[in-house]
Structure formats: C-alpha cells, structure tokens
Write a protein that binds this ligand. Sequence first.
Ligand code: ADP
Length: 398
Amino acid sequence: MLIILVGAYMASLDNGQFERMVIMFIAALIALFIGTDYDDRKEAEERRLREQQHSPQISSHEQFQLLLDASADAVVVVKNARVTHANKLALQLLGGEIIGKSVQIAFRHAGAIERLSDPDVKHDGRPIRLIGIGLRDQIWEMRIAALGDNEKLVHLSDKTGPQAAEKMRVDFVANASHELLTPLAAIKGFIEALTETEAGAEKKTRKRFLKIMEDEASRMQALIRDLMSLSRIEAEKYHLPSAVLHMDRIITDTVQPLIEGADPRGHDIVLNLAADLPPVMGDEGRLRQLVSNIVANAMKYGRAATPIIVALEQSRSGSMLALSVADEGEGIAPEHLPRLTERFYRVDSGRSRAIGGTGLGLSLVKHIVDGHRGHLEIKSEQGKGTTIRVLIPIAGKQ
Ligand code: ADP
C-alpha cells in the first residue's frame, strides 16, 4: 500500500499523463510482488508449524522397532529421561524390563545418566566412553542424537574387542623387549666380571662364564628368529600356501636328525606314519617349523626316557591329514590350555627359559595352522601327558 502511495506521489510530480500512468503501474506491480512473496513465506512458515504439531515423531512409526532391531549396536530411545524403545541388544545389555523406566534405573551409570536426564545438554554426536555397563571390564562408546521434543536416540557400541587387541599389541612390545633385555643384561654382567675381576684370569671360571654367555646369546638369537618368523607369517596370512607336499616326508626329514642327534630324548621318538597318504597343499618351510616346534616341546616337557609318539593318518572325514605328537609327562592344567598359543604365555616361565624356550613356539604353530586353513587341538591330562594334534586340509579339499 505504502509503495502504491509513493508511486502516486511520484506520478503527481510534474510528469506527463502517460509517464504518470507508467509509474503508477510499476509501483502497483512491485507492491503486488512483495506482498505475494511475503504471503508465501508466511504461509510456508504456518504450514511448517502445523506439520510439526501434527506430524508424528519418527519413533512412533510402526516400522521403527524393526529398524532398531536391525542395528548391530545396542540402541535405546529416551524421551523426557524415560526409556521408550530399546532394541534386542539393548535389552540384553541393560535388562529386559527397561521400557518405561527412568534413565537412572535403566542405565545405572553416572556418566550416561548425567547426559540423558538433562534436557538442556547439547549433543554433538561425539562418542562418550563408558566403562562398567554390562560386564565390569566392558568398554562402550555412547553416541546421542537429539530427535527433538526432548527425545534422544542413544547408540551403544561395544569397544572391548579393539581395546583388547590394542592392549595385546602394547603387551607384546613390552614382553619382547623384556625377553631380549634379560639375556643381554646377563651377557653384559659376565663381560664385566671377566674384565674387571680376577675371575677372568682363572681359566676354569672364564670357560664357565663364556659358556653361559654363549647360551644367553643363543637364546637371544632363537628369540629374534622366532620374532621374525612370527611377523613374516602374520604378513603372509592371507596367501594360501600353494605347493603340493607329502606330509610324511616333511615329518621324516624334520624328525630323523633329532632321532639321530645328541639329545637323548631324540631316541625316545617313535614314528607312526600311515602309508599312501594323499598330499597336502602347503608351505614346506612353515610345516617343518610346525613339526619341529611340537616335537621339541614333547622332548622338553615330557618325562625323560618315555616315548614320544609322532603319528600321521587321514582324518575321520577324509578331507584332512592329522598329525599328532603325544608325550608322557606332567601335562598341563586345564586353566592354561586356552592360553598356550598366546605369545609369551608359559605355564612355568623359569622352567621354559632354563631349557631355552622362547614362549613363541605354540603361537607360531597356531599361526602356521591358520595359514594352512587347518585346525589345532591341545589335549592334556595332568600327571599323564600331552597330545598336540594338527589337521591340515588335503590338496584339492580346502
Ligand atoms: P616355550 O618356548 O616356553 O616352550 P611354547 O609356546 O612352545 O613356548 O609353549 C608354551 C608353554 O606351553 C610352555 O612354556 C609350556 O609351559 C607349555 N607346553 C607346551 N608344550 C607342552 C608339552 N608337550 N607338555 C607340557 N607343557 C607344554
């Protein structure tokens, strides 16, 4: 209206009839345009408000529960600090009775309660670490998305696994450093003793000290060799070994030198290999390493002068070859069995070190078996002995 009045005033100023009409016409057009635009915007805003009032929240959609249950994480919806929805994983984690309960009762975790009960907290979607929901050692990451109208979508994802893997890596570096430092410290100590004290002048003592130093150096060498093997095997784990090999020949070639060697335990080895076995698909170097590690353990931990039976046969299903190495000895307590293939895990560290063990033998065996898509079983009876069984797929049956 104001624009039309201004237009009329301008038109009345000393202008000709035609110019006045043109100015009035343009002013009316501008007023119409602005007015329409203003009406449109107002109408759109009113419509949006109307829709907001009447359109249902996403959480009231009939398929919403299906959507929640499809998530691989535990998901909970909270409205006005009360649980309104939870998927199956969340019910398992927090308890089956949480729907309708307050966040204090449902979560029982101060950090979670703090963020979910306060309607004014702004959620930027960043993860919040929670320890102590579910099992005591479990680590969860909580993400909260505001759905509006004081409704919040809460995601809980289990981060215990990646955390454990990270801890294992850190522990491994610490253990490897410690294992290498121990013999090195002994070698340095004996060098000092030989150079700075009178012991170095005495031939018998010098010889004894040099022998200890040599043993410690060999221990370091064995450890470094095992560490290098482990890292190479880990790097190769996605390549399936492709050579067609006869397992009985690999076993004989590896074990015969032990049978004929200087260690008296070698004389206790009994080979029991079935005839005419089909070949396996494998990596010869790795399979020799596997046989050597298992037989060496039986020689180390089995009782002196008792037989070590090394047997090879076709598995019951016919799709694998089964190698077993059985010794007679103290055996292993059941609680240790699941952990024996962990790096540096030993039942008796002092004993293992004293007989030259690196603590990596069975871990290497496990990696080699996995690389061949095989299977490893460790059975042991305390006071009787231990049997290690390895199954390797027959060529063409992987
Ligand atoms: P190590 O170098 O200490 O022998 P391994 O990884 O080969 O390391 O074995 C891990 C541990 O498992 C050993 O320290 C030992 O306690 C136990 N172990 C392995 N083989 C046998 C066995 N045949 N009899 C009894 N204990 C065994």
